[in-house]
Write a protein that binds this ligand. Structure first.
Ligand SMILES: [Zn+2]
Length: 191
């Protein structure tokens, strides 16, 4: 899956404004609207982290050395980093640690395992195949390489607005005023 889609799926599913915020959305426990939802940016960050910690480091290393990064000349250490950063074992351990240390960040941290599961579906066999339980096991699933199949890219991009629409509808229904409550107050009630 491309990096922009990773970021958007992460914020859509694992921020308080997105699906994981449930029906309340960007409204806090006291009923106030949050002017700034930092969990969106945290989810973006965790959604990009697996690639930043592997391919990102390779791009940075090439830049420092004055080389142009190419996918044909990726150094071997990048694949070691890639397997670690795309392992549910590593991502799960970090999420559990965050849950213990600072609970508000836990929700956004789940964007990391989401990235791994989405790569599992959109990466086939080869150097960038997702080894789900690395280093314990090399269990994997043969996904479809998104960079070779535009229909896969089209599918996951079309699914995003459907998700947004679903969240919007669900939230609107939850926030509609209760007609029974208004009727109970009676027509003569003036304030
Ligand atoms: Zn990835």
């Amino acid at each position: 899956m491309d990096i922009l889609a990773h970021a958007l799926y992460s914020a859509t599913l694992f921020s308080r404004t997105g699906l994981a915020g449930g029906a309340r959305g960007p409204i806090d426990a006291a009923g106030r609207t949050r002017s700034f939802d930092w969990t969106i940016w945290a989810a973006f960050g965790f959604g990009l982290l697996p690639d930043a910690l592997s391919i990102g480091i390779a791009i940075l290393t090439a830049a420092v050395k004055g080389h142009l990064f190419t996918f044909t000349g990726i150094p071997a250490f990048t694949f070691e980093l890639y397997h670690w950063s795309h392992s549910l074992v590593a991502a799960g351990a970090v999420s559990i640690l965050i849950r213990c240390l600072w609970k508000p960040l836990f929700l956004s941290s789940l964007a990391w395992p989401l990235h791994i599961l989405m790569d599992m579906l959109t990466h086939g066999s080869g150097r960038f195949q997702t080894l789900l339980l690395f280093p314990i096991s090399d269990v994997t699933l043969n996904g479809i390489n998104w960079w070779q199949h535009p229909s896969v890219v089209l599918l996951y991009w079309c699914l995003l607005p459907v998700l947004w629409f679903g969240i919007h509808r669900c939230r609107r229904r939850t926030h509609q005023p209760n007609p029974h409550h208004d009727t109970a107050r009676g027509p003569g009630h003036a304030g």
